[in-house]
Design a protein. Structure first.
Length: 65
């Protein structure tokens, strides 16, 4: 998927992009909505957020926030 206008499969880059976008928003709902626009689904869990690629919803990894 795309992170910072570059096609990447590296979860470290994707994680950095997602957390950078989190700093731009006011609420978790807005953050998740923005990430869906970029092709990522964020699902809240007890330990953080599960990051999945849309539309297949393939899980890429976890982000602890």
């Amino acid at each position: 998927m795309f992170a910072n206008n570059a096609l990447t499969e590296n979860f470290h880059d994707i994680r950095a992009f997602i957390l950078h976008e989190r700093a731009k928003v006011v609420s978790d709902a807005e953050w998740r909505f923005r990430m869906k626009g970029y092709g990522y689904n964020l699902r809240k869990t007890d330990t953080g957020y599960e990051v999945a690629r849309l539309p297949q919803n393939n899980v890429l990894g976890m982000i602890e926030v």
